[in-house]
Design a protein around this ligand. Sequence first.
Ligand SMILES: [Fe+2]
Length: 361
Amino acid sequence: MSGEISRRGALGIGLGMGASLAGATLLGSRALAQPDAKPNPGTTPPPGAAKQGPARKRLVRLAHITDTHIKPELRAPEGVAACLTHIREKKYAEALASAGASGGGDKVDLILHGGDVIFDAIDVGADRVQQQWDLYHKAVADNWSGPIYHAVGNHDCWGLNKKVSGTTGEEELWGKRWAMKELKIKPAANVDTMAFGAYYSFDQNGWHIVVLDSVQVEPGGYFGGIDDAQFDWLKGDLLLNKMYPTLVLSHISLFTATVLDRALNDKRERVVHPALMCIDYGRLKKLFLENPQVKVALSGHMHLKDRVDYCGVSYFCGGAVCGGWWKGPHKECDAGYSVVDLFDDGTVENRYVGYGWKAGV
Ligand SMILES: [Fe+2]
């Protein structure tokens, strides 16, 4: 990670998690079919809609990579290197040009990594964790020299499965702390014992970028959500930066349709598991409606890609660099990454690009 990170507006002491968060979100199939309560003036119209005016200017081009899951096996280091090389050498140019993007061959200014950087730290001992981080650092050092910022994913958290990993939970680098050390993320000042404070924000050429810590560790595992202290910080951060169009990055999606691609033939109501999508989307939606400068939210975790335009924000679930954990595509989603263009009028263009990875070759 490079560049200056900011916690302007960090507020308060962390509060206990469970009591104030709603239960798992119940998301019926009708919810996404309903028309938006208000239009999405700040986001790119869906494919087929009228094109944006020519006057806008692109301020930022970034690559959103997520779920690299690097490990020694299945040629994963080679795959991560191939992805970073694809970005560095602007091999996305042809795909972007054929999709109608202007300046398709322009370079990206930075990379946002959405987490699950390493294959897994939940179930393994310290030597294996360090081996995976070393592979990741080598892949980046050898193939990318620009800025790169990270969110922490659930698989980056060390020893959550204490029985299998042999951890006690008392280790200095237990949970998210090891990943934060490797990724140079300083913990927010307002953390309690289970909320590690891996969130921050920074400015990028007229856009404000917020990186959220969406993996909430609890005894025996984790769930998707934003702890109270972090939510208070986010409120303050958005208030202080209200004049800038804003992008939010998280590992676990704040809102996504991909969770519905489970149990597709299940005739019962579909209950979204709390580990799949943030359980407190309700209060985030309200916060974003109060802060219409929030234009786009990027996430990973599902290894699937989608776009949901809802209540003024475009939500993109960004597939996975590793596809189906380096064994091939995951469902219909090939190994890939997204090129994201951010414009001065607050509009966004997001295109998923394969980097030609062939598993098992
Ligand atoms: Fe993942």
